[in-house]
Design a protein around this ligand. Sequence first.
Ligand code: HEC
Length: 179
Amino acid sequence: MKTAISVLAVVVALIGIRLYASPPIRPSLEPLQLRRLDRYVRITDRPFEMQDSTITFCRPPEEIALNPHDPAFPETAFCHVYVNEIAKNPMLTGKGIYPEGSLVIKSKLAAADSQKPELFTVMQKMANGYDTERGNWKYTVVDGTSYRQLASGRIDSCIQCHEQYKETDYITREYIAEK
Ligand code: HEC
């Protein structure tokens, strides 16, 4: 009986340690709510006219191979940029590393007065170790009509370009007027 009780005590203690030691729910698991952009902080006052190169390249990787002279490629495109609360400070100041769980969303508009984004590109800050050498960002592309995720992960084509912005933790801040 005594042995049974001590065995039980050890088991209970182990469960206790396990529960205590299990990591808290990671903030990076905050679900993306692209249908509810009003939940985020909008950084752009008005639609920002995207750089030519990004109209071509800031898009799903499988589309990059398309002929850029194809008329399907618009001459201009606009975007709005949104962040969640914890990403606001590094975005506005251009200083520091974005905390884990940060979300930066770019909604691409075909024209400045488009009511509906045609595409979303997202950067989400993951836990250290996700992609340590390249800022631990997860890149995602979501279709604006179906909200279907077109690509997600450590997408090399995205990283290759965002790498130039390492100084501001891989975030371009191109649309911030007083950079
Ligand atoms: C050719 C360079 C280039 C490539 C490739 C690229 N981006 Fe960007 N990205 C930019 C530029 C420049 C901006 C600033 C806004 C603009 O002009 O479109 C930007 C802005 C963003 C933003 C807003 C945050 C920020 O950094 O300012 C997100 C999110 C983003 N890109 C995600 C992606 C994803 C996801 C991919 C891959 C599918 C990707 N980008 C590929 C150049 C690039």
